[in-house]
Write a protein that binds this ligand. Structure first.
Ligand code: 13P
Ligand code: SF4
Length: 327
């Protein structure tokens, strides 16, 4: 089949991303998109993609998309035999925790996370020794070993609710210092934090937000709660990646600035070409390790399979299940 025939066949899919992907670039994607769609059928596989995946992945090959909370929840609904997680390692581990019988693949084993790398299981045990009796809330951006040491998990979409669900006056919340401090502003519960940071969100500054507001009068500023608290204080809204997408859907601000990873703006902009997105853009190098070519290779070779020590998995799963049970 000629390349131009593949391009012609892929036109309906291209329509989904035409406002953010130039036609020349699509020429490099169309064949991989077509092959991935075939491979999903052949392998009885689904692709779960985080909101930070590039638009050709997010809008053209993914079956389930969303923030970490939605991916954790919906991983359990997947009927397929195999799950390809287009995201980072901790997301693939969470999908495996919730689907121990399924094959869970990650297209690049190096897709880590600065938050997950900032803390070990031993660190959590030392925190417990230092603060005896305090419950431990672990952000999902952690390894399975760290989750196994926690009482409950949380995501950026439910952190306040999870902290308050414990009925304690004081909790340990790790590893994201900024998420912890942003939650602390909104709750009476005292929060003991760890000093981990997201390398993407820690780079935004309040001065940058003020400059962008001056350069783009009337712009609506949305921030991820992994941003420093002084940045969140400058924003009109703070919420998870899904929260930000919902805000845009409901409010349709004519000019909007998302203080988060670059592809998030591209993915939302592809859906609302009439809105103007200001892009101060910070890339996540870990998320960007996942490409169409690697997803194709992952399905062709059924690699890289995510495995978790069963004893650790049982304890880590409990922490994720407790989180999902909080209504
Ligand atoms: P969300 O759960 O808001 O999608 O965040 C995940 C993440 O890694 C943000 O940096
Ligand atoms: Fe981790 Fe930050 Fe990348 Fe999210 S954006 S995966 S928190 S490094």
């Amino acid at each position: 089949m000629s390349h131009s025939a593949v391009i012609a066949r892929s036109r309906p899919l291209y329509e989904r991303v035409r406002s953010v992907i130039p036609p020349m670039e699509w020429g490099g994607f169309a064949e991989d998109v077509e092959r991935i769609l075939e491979l999903k059928e052949e392998r009885n596989a689904v692709i779960l993609a985080h909101n930070y995946q590039t638009p050709e992945i997010f809008h053209c090959v993914a079956d389930i998309t969303g923030d970490s909370l939605a991916l954790a929840r919906r991983a359990m609904e997947a009927e397929a035999e195999a799950i390809v997680l287009a995201g980072v390692q901790f997301m693939a581990e969470t999908a495996k925790l919730m689907n121990p019988e399924k094959t869970v693949l990650i297209p690049d084993l190096g897709a880590g996370c600065s938050l997950a790398a900032s803390i070990t299981a031993r660190d959590v045990r030392l925190m417990r020794e230092r603060y005896p009796g305090l419950p431990v809330v672990a952000y999902v951006n952690t390894s399975a070993e760290v989750k196994a040491e926690a009482d409950i998990c949380c995501t950026s979409g439910n952190a306040k609710k999870i902290v308050e669900s414990l009925g304690a006056g004081r909790v340990i919340m790790l590893p994201d210092e900024f998420l912890a401090r942003n939650v602390a502003v909104e709750t009476k519960v005292e929060i003991i934090a760890w000093a981990g940071h997201c390398e993407v969100h820690e780079r935004f500054s309040a001065a940058e937000v003020r400059e962008l507001r001056a350069a783009h009068p009337g712009v609506t500023v949305l921030a991820h709660p992994e941003c420093p608290p002084e940045v969140v204080a400058e924003a009109d809204y703070a919420g998870s990646t899904a929260g930000m997408a919902e805000y845009v859907e409901k409010n349709r601000p004519a000019r909007v600035l998302l203080l988060t990873e670059c592809s998030m703006s591209d993915n939302v902009a592809a859906q609302y070409p009439e809105l103007h997105f200001v892009r101060p853009c910070n890339l996540c190098p870990h998320m960007k390790r996942i490409t169409l070519k690697k997803i194709r290779r992952s399905l062709e070779t059924m690699t890289h399979e995510v495995t978790i020590d069963p004893a650790i998995a049982a304890r880590a799963r409990r922490a994720v299940e407790r989180m999902l049970a909080v209504k």
